[in-house]
Write a protein that binds this ligand. Structure first.
Ligand SMILES: [Zn+2]
Length: 323
């Protein structure tokens, strides 16, 4: 059985158990440090917030959390280690890069004038997977890449190609960010054409779209998909997400879908509060919405325990185990 890199060292894929495939601990957006009124980052406060907000999920049996924070979104390996230790869950950390719009594209875009950055980015990813991240001793267990709304920029295309090559070289799976339910099929095509194994790809945020033809057009490529923004009604109605999920499971795709909530526990910058009008639409955004509200709805719709176990345990196990 293949070993999976977690922030506290390798574990067997069989030990992953109930897994949330796309969450965050701490998140920072490019430029937060330019806000003169932003308090400095306080790792201990972040650790407390993460442990406090994740405790309830552990009560539901959560054993592994994939922290989908790319290298350019405030990923903090030391924090991940502390939270993993204190909470007693596995945390799998990511190498990779966010979208051109919201990541930190400047550095590699500048270099792209003189160098083949696809090769350079691939080297970065492979280094973080095989040798470790900085001097933390922690190896990345997943590759994260993303694309913007309705198009893949030239920068993002290079990131995706680099991810595919790094996947092929290391065997580590790829998870993606798609924007508002667009570019899923194009992402899958690009990654596969560059040599990535479809079984080790998860096209993310697929629940931002209720067009079942869109879902099927991605699934037909042989990749996995994630309904990983469950509870974020402000982006897309959960009702439609649930309908699609029940429909896709009903026609035989329980082996190819993973669930998560894209939640974060700590934000860098000035305090961020959703406006009053938005609050009801964010009421279900938590680390436990899947357990509290989604799984019961699936059961009510007749989805068996076995199929729920595939979504939460077996599919992540196969993805990371390389079966
Ligand atoms: Zn995310």
């Amino acid at each position: 059985m293949a070993k999976v890199n977690t922030v506290l060292g390798p574990v067997s894929a069989d030990e992953l158990g109930v897994t949330l495939m796309h969450e965050h601990l701490v998140v920072s957006y490019l430029g937060w440090e330019c806000d003169a009124l932003a308090p400095p980052y306080d790792r201990e406060a972040a650790a407390k917030a993460c442990v406090e907000t994740l405790k309830e999920a552990k009560g539901y049996g959560l054993k592994t959390l994939v922290d989908a924070t790319a290298t350019d979104m405030g990923r903090d390996i030391e924090l991940q280690k502390v939270v993993s230790e204190r909470l007693g869950i596995n945390i799998i950390c990511a190498t990779g890069f966010y979208t051109e719009k919201y990541g930190k594209a400047g550095y590699f875009k500048f270099r792209s004038q003189a160098y083949d950055i696809t090769a350079e980015v691939c080297q970065t990813m492979v280094k973080e997977i095989t040798h470790g991240i900085g001097n933390t001793g922690v190896k990345a267990g997943v590759i994260k890449v993303g694309t913007g709304h309705a198009r893949i920029s030239s920068y993002e295309e290079k990131m995706l190609k680099a991810a595919a090559r790094a996947q092929k070289e290391t065997g580590v799976p790829i998870i993606t960010h798609t924007e508002a339910g667009t570019m899923g099929p194009e992402q899958a095509d690009l990654l596969i054409s560059e040599g990535a194994d479809p079984k080790r790809i998860v096209i993310g945020h697929m629940c931002g779209n209720a067009d079942l033809k869109y879902h099927l057009s991605v699934l037909e490529k042989g990749v996995n998909i994630a309904f990983d923004r469950l509870g974020i009604d402000i982006l897309f109605p959960d009702k439609l997400r649930k309908a699609c999920l029940i429909g896709l499971i009903g026609i035989g795709y329980a082996d190819r879908i993973m669930l998560s909530q894209d939640r974060w526990a700590y934000w860098l910058g000035r305090p961020f509060e959703f406006p009053d009008a938005a609050k009801p639409l964010m009421a279900n955004w938590s680390y436990v919405h899947v357990f509290n509200n989604i799984i019961p709805v699936l059961k009510e719709a007749g989805v068996s325990e076995d199929k729920i176990n595939r979504l939460m345990v077996e599919n992540p196990r196969r993805l990371f185990g390389g079966e």
